[in-house]
Ligand binder design. Structure first.
Ligand SMILES: [Fe+2]
Ligand SMILES: [Fe+2]
Length: 179
């Protein structure tokens, strides 16, 4: 089942959300942000939750579902999920922006860091539940076993390329710093 790896990835995202939740308290109550924590969070969300995980959802599973005749409910849910991915990207960007301002000495931005962090902590469990409980399993019925196997294999191929893609970007960004 191509949804197997996606559901396993949900479990790691949940673990990171729990860590973010723990870190939220000192940020809200004492304006404290553990060194490196936001950088780690942003990298996790962008590389793992968005590129690796949402990537396999949107670029493989949803792409193939769009070729099928979906029920109105499944179509609506898929559109919502895509919109939610867009929202998560925007909020992660806003989190990094607020954190950069806080690092530059703008103390008021720490409350924005906490607000964006909280928004992500509140968002992901609902998004994951929608997929796990109301979408992934039922939409598998649109595919034959051969199609499911092909989706799973394409997901593995997607993952194989990812680390190379990630560090190619890292090097390209490092090169830009020199100019
Ligand atoms: Fe998703
Ligand atoms: Fe997901």
């Amino acid at each position: 089942m191509p949804i197997g790896p996606l559901m396993i990835e949900h479990r790691l995202i949940e673990k990171m959300i729990a860590v973010m939740k723990k870190n939220l308290k000192p940020t809200e109550e004492q304006s404290y942000i553990a060194p490196g924590f936001i950088e780690t969070t942003v990298d996790f969300i962008r590389t793992y939750a968005d590129r690796c995980h949402h990537g396999k959802e949107e670029d493989i599973l949803f792409r193939e579902l769009k070729k099928k005749t979906l029920t109105a409910q499944h179509k609506k849910t898929m559109e919502e999920l895509i919109e939610e991915h867009v929202w998560a990207r925007k909020t992660t960007k806003a989190l990094l922006k607020a954190y950069t301002r806080a690092q530059q000495g703008n103390a008021e931005s720490i409350s924005d860091v906490a607000a964006h962090l909280k928004a992500l902590v509140d968002f992901y469990p609902q998004h994951i539940e929608k997929e796990d409980r109301h979408f992934f399993r039922p939409v598998m019925d649109y595919f034959t076993q051969a199609e499911r196997d092909a989706l799973l294999e394409e997901g593995f191929e997607f993952d194989r390329k990812l680390i190379h893609e990630k560090y190619k970007t890292v090097v390209e960004n490092a090169e830009k710093l020199l100019i």
